[in-house]
Design a protein around this ligand. Structure first.
Ligand code: HEC
Length: 155
């Protein structure tokens, strides 16, 4: 699991270094990554509602489905959606800061953090770790989202 995460995260930095990997045009990359993050956030919301807020009854299967979805996003090779010219100095439809392209090491670090946290979340959910364990790892995933946003997402 952990290895997969690191590999996916490395793929992110590799895509930054070799933009030829990108298959979609810039507009499509932006739309697709925004959708991916929105989808991840939707699934984070389910875990928050059931494992933290308790506004929805706790359902282990639904928690596993949500964790699987978040891990899938984290391991999908998101780097292919961060091609050159896709930051907000060149395109008005995005909140990606141009500094993303100046800090490949930092980009790699936050991507690895996200993948590792998401893989662990999946592991906890798959092992039926229970509400408390899931809530704790949810918080770690949330921190990994924030680490990237603080650095690379404009207000
Ligand atoms: C590797 C960096 C990174 C990670 C990790 C990350 N995000 Fe983001 N997120 C961004 C960037 C950059 C944008 C802005 C994308 C754009 O506008 O092109 C964004 C945008 C978003 C958006 C707005 C999407 C839209 O329609 O504009 C949401 C919601 C979001 N992220 C939630 C999350 C959640 C929840 C997580 C963790 C589960 C997460 N993000 C992890 C970088 C990241």
């Amino acid at each position: 699991m952990r290895k997969t995460g690191i590999f996916a995260a490395l793929a992110l930095s590799a895509a930054v270094a070799t933009p030829a990997i990108a298959q979609l045009d810039v507009e499509e990359q932006i739309e697709t990554r925004q959708s991916a993050f929105t989808f991840a956030a939707w699934n984070m919301g389910k875990i928050k509602a059931q494992a933290i807020d308790g506004t929805v009854a706790y359902n282990e299967q639904q928690m596993l489905a949500a964790a699987n979805a978040i891990a899938s996003v984290a391991n999908s090779g998101l780097g292919g959606l961060f091609g050159p010219g896709s930051a907000n100095d060149k395109n008005d439809n995005t909140r990606l800061k141009p500094v993303f392209f100046d800090k490949p090491e930092k980009a790699r670090e936050v991507a690895i953090g996200f993948a590792q946290a998401a893989n662990k979340l999946q592991e906890v959910a798959a092992n039926g770790g229970g509400k408390g364990a899931l809530a704790a790892q949810f918080s770690e995933v949330g921190k990994s989202c924030k680490a990237c946003h603080d650095e690379f997402r404009a207000e």
